[in-house]
Write a protein that binds this ligand. Sequence first.
Ligand code: UDP
Length: 237
Amino acid sequence: MSPAYKRILLKVSGEALAGDKSFGIETDFLQAIAKQVAQLAQQGMQVAIVVGGGNIFRGMAGAADGTDRVTADLMGMLGTIINALALSNAISRQGAKSKVYSAVTMPAVAENFTAREAKQALDDGYVVVCGGGTGNPFFTTDTAAALKAIELECDVMLKGTKVDGVYTADPMTDPSAERYDTVSYEEVISRDLRVMDTAAFALARDNGLPIIVYALDDKAGVVGVLNGDTRSTRVGP
Ligand code: UDP
């Protein structure tokens, strides 16, 4: 395992949790990721996770159907809490300690997120699973992931996507596209490579947070990425 990283932030999108389904949580994928995370925790790595909610509800889609955007985004944030509860429970079932923190006050369901308490929990060996995004409408869980990675002083943020890294062009449409092993923030911006949404990327760049992009469907997942066995791209200073 990479000794360079003591504390990591993993972004798990709702789409990933849905696996092959278009809605809800796919048990096999949930268990696979929980197993990888528990393995990292058992090896002494501190792991914080931010979960998305696109498998349950997206605010933009709700707003397009007529719900006001703020209400629709609250519905989206609640979806991320459902995923956080499922993932944290699956991690516990793999034998690692795990706690859910929510950016939206919900005392019966999860602890309120504060960086101070979440960092203490990480130091105490808990996998910290963050739901509720940033707690504000008009943001995404990618932005929440970058924000929490910085707040929690994580060494790196890992983001699973449909492809195994960042390419010079979209590899789905351009066969000449080549994958970077490493790429600078400046190159991502100047070539408009869209690693994450603009707010998330700006936060990462302004605070020097490295981002590792890898393929979600890789069997070895984050463990493979951290071992250097899985193809990925590191975006950094
Ligand atoms: N959301 C929000 N504020 C945040 C994070 C998320 O309002 O800080 C809402 C938004 O409606 C979004 C939904 O939660 O569409 C699900 O999050 P996201 O789309 O980022 O999930 P993912 O694409 O990672 O599954």
